[in-house]
Design a protein around this ligand. Sequence first.
Ligand code: PLP
Length: 372
Amino acid sequence: MIPFLDLKKINDSFQPELNEKIADCVASGWYLLGKQVKEFEKEYSEYIGTSNCVACANGLDALTLIFRGYIELGRLKPGDEVIVPGNTYIATILSITECGLVPILVDADPITLQIDSGKIEEAITPLTRAVAIVHLYGRNSFATEIADICSRHNLILVEDNAQAAGCRNSDGRITGSLGNAAAHSFYPGKNLGALGDGGAVTTNDPELARIVRTLAFYGSEKKYVFDYCGRNSRLDEIQAAVLRLKLPRLDEDNSRRRVIAEIMQREISNPLIGLPYPENDKTGNNNVFHLFPVFCEDRDRLQNYLMENGIQTIIHYPIPPHRQKCYEGKIPIRHPLDVTEWIARTELSLPISQVMTEEEALQVCSILNDFK
Ligand SMILES: Cc1ncc(COP(=O)(O)O)c(C=O)c1O
């Protein structure tokens, strides 16, 4: 059996230090708002390359706090439009609608599977104030073209970096430092995963960082004084200690994922199975392969076949956000979403991780190549 993601094996690879760090936290008697979180924020902002990092409870909160922060700063207001890829995990869209903003869905590029940068400009209206890009599947979705559109139209650029920890732009900058603000998730299955929920906001904007920190702490900057209606959203000390242990190995882990991805790119040769487009960035660093998506018109039969042959897969995602019941009649669909629909119909994510062996990858390829 080759599991989709062997979290136990991943975490075992950090032993015995992992247990020691946790035991130290337990013994310290200090569980929230302490040294571990402070140090993690410092180390993560250094890694990402931003002047600020605010840790919070999860990736959805990170995204929501960014939009709420911009609203409190007067740079966004409810009713404003945010351009966002239609092909994303629903959390990106939830953060927009939760703040009373309007998501304007733009289709994916069929090659990169990321937001189609050539379709952003035509989605702009007088109400557009922001663009949210999502580095989906671990692939960098930033393009200078997007930054140019944002600066020409005075739009805020938000990055959803939940799936792309450690990914690089072609100029070497890391995703999470490319826009005005970025949201990160440390959900256990992410490339940088905690042992529970976790998230962070990174930004070079000190005002945004301040307001995000305040909103994440009940809306308070001064003890028992509440200037905003905030929430409680924090990373705990144990998770911060775990992330501090894992962060120094993130680049190495991502390189391992690339080795596995290269094997699958090279070895899968079944005409019924479409592969993600190979990297156009010579460094290869613009993809950290959080997922390895393949495409098949007979996807459900392929998934069953793989399961019967001991290979676990997951679909990302079977129903796109705009067709979910929660958004029925509630969000505008102004632009065609054909590629998004095609991805939802045909996508299947193969096992990939830093602890998967080359033999396992070859086994996956050989079983896939026998699919008829
Ligand atoms: C693209 C994307 N955005 C946001 C999130 C939300 O992160 P979290 O699960 O930490 O709330 C996730 C993952 O779950 C995601 O994949």
